[in-house]
Design a protein around this ligand. Structure first.
Ligand code: TYD
Ligand code: MG
Length: 458
């Protein structure tokens, strides 16, 4: 039997090469070339421009009639916000995340909400049987008749059925199980994923049906398949969360129709995902009172201030090389901050193991977390708690100086709302917002971390 012909793809940019090589000649990325069976078709089904005006030549901007952008509410505020205010008709949304994080649950709930509000929805699953979907749906609640289910993996059949039903929103779970018969390789291969996505993009745009596509992620956290999958779609949502907590954070890492800063917070329960309208309260639930090494920080997620607990454990090391770990934040940043404390405050961390944790399952890499991290480390090192009802935020520079951060006033208001009375920040931020801060709140402005009192009596 003749050996099946194969080609090689760059998983980063999608470039095709006849031979394997260590570096992609097109984009220069290393170790990204993967083997895939050769596809018979040379012209990809989804190539060519998306002509929604019916005109082939160039047109002047004023002659393009922009259809008034209509948003369809998903029935979940948290999801609407991440999408930029609701679903845009004819858009293609890629929803990705670790297995078991709740992608199918979220989309099923969205489908149910849409159906309840009278929209027609089609849910196509290539992963689960109809009875499995039914079992999940039963946990969530009754589903109206305008919600259609189909267990199918053949893209052309899906298209036919969708055109017969003409839903407003179609959900395809997942791109890795779908296949186009004319593409010879197996479902889940680079070319199948690429072609199916292109096919769905074209379908969504020409038929004005919004498509939600589930995509699995690889071990390193990126969407399985070519990286360019993310370039092909309108919106990329990431559903993340710690498997040990019930909180799930939905983030838009790309959005052609809205901001990518917004997050949605959900909690997985026995009846599916519940929206968490006030994440701060949830993040701080179960927090110990007046314990050394525990500091409350105010971080911004998009336009929303969220309070999180920063925990540090500092102990004498038993090894030559001290152990350091950072959970929920940037490890390198923690090391840098430890070096800054060591140099500017004169605390010898080099003989200590230091463990840092942002509790609550949220990953925060914002610079405003610098000051809380430093306070937590000092508090842990000195084994001395911060005064009660104290929160902090602020960026630290290499000389130990405190720098202003964005939206200081909003942070202060959120902290005040949750009952915090002493708020530590940079002197610059303190000056700026002093006049507008809520009454009865003590604002402490610092120029440098050297001004942090030894006993934390601000
Ligand atoms: P699922 O949506 O199947 O995840 P994904 O599609 O991302 O792989 O979610 C599965 C997990 O969610 C599973 O571990 C069970 C849990 N779950 C609940 O805890 N409560 C519920 O009501 C539902 C439907 C699922
Ligand atoms: Mg699933």
């Amino acid at each position: 039997m003749a050996k099946e012909k194969t080609v090689f793809f760059c998983t980063e940019c999608g470039a095709e090469t006849p031979k394997w090589s260590g570096q992609c000649a097109a984009c220069g990325a290393w170790n990204t070339i993967a083997e895939a069976p050769k596809t018979r078709k040379t012209k990809a089904s989804g190539t060519g421009p998306l002509r929604d005006t019916g005109v082939a030549g160039p047109v002047s901007l004023k002659d393009i009639d922009a259809r008034e952008e209509q948003r369809i509410s998903t029935g979940m505020e948290e999801l609407n916000r991440v999408l930029g205010g609701g679903i845009v008709g004819g858009s293609l949304v890629l929803a990705s995340g670790d297995p078991g994080i709740g992608k199918s649950t979220l989309l099923l709930q969205m489908a149910r909400n849409l159906a309840i509000s009278g929209e027609k929805v089609l849910y196509v699953s290539g992963e689960e049987s109809l009875s499995q979907i039914k079992l999940r749906a039963l946990r969530i609640g009754d589903c109206p008749d305008s919600l259609w289910f189909m267990a199918e993996t053949d893209m052309e059949t899906i298209r036919e059925q969708a055109l017969a039903i003409r839903p407003v929103v179609m959900i395809v779970d997942s791109v890795q199980t779908m296949m186009l018969p004319e593409v010879e390789s197996a479902p889940g291969s680079v070319s199948q994923i690429r072609e199916n996505t292109a096919y769905l993009m074209r379908f969504a745009k020409t038929e004005n049906i919004a498509v939600f596509l589930v995509g699995h992620v690889t071990k390193d956290g990126s969407v399985a398949g070519p990286k360019m999958l993310e370039h092909m779609v309108d919106t990329v949502l990431y559903f993340e969360g710690d498997s040990t907590t019930t909180y799930r954070i939905l983030r838009a890492v790309k959005n052609r129709f809205g901001s990518t800063n917004e997050i949605g917070v959900f909690e997985m329960g026995s009846g599916g995902l519940a929206e968490v309208a006030n994440p701060s309260e949830h993040m701080l639930r179960g927090m110990p009172e007046s314990e050394p090494g525990s500091v409350v920080a105010v971080t911004m997620e998009g336009t929303r201030p969220i309070l999180v607990e920063v925990q540090a454990l500092v102990s004498k090391t038993n090894f030559n090389l001290p152990r350091r770990t950072a959970a929920g934040t940037d490890f390198n940043r923690m090391n840098l901050l430890l070096a800054v404390i060591e140099k500017r405050v004169g605390v010898a961390f080099s003989g200590c193991d230091a463990y840092l944790n942002v509790a609550g399952g949220l990953r925060v890499t914002e610079p405003a977390l610098d000051l809380p991290i430093i306070l937590a480390m000092l508090s842990g090192y000195r084994n001395m708690p911060l005064p009660e009802h104290t929160v902090a935020f602020g960026e630290i520079g290499l000389t130990g100086e405190l720098r202003a951060v964005s939206q200081a006033l909003q942070r202060v208001r959120e902290a005040a709302k949750l009952g915090y009375r002493t708020i530590v920040m940079s002197a610059a931020d303190c000056e700026k917002i002093r006049g507008d801060a809520p009454k009865g709140i003590r604002l402490i402005g610092l120029h440098n971390i050297r001004e942090i009192p030894k006993d934390f009596a601000f």
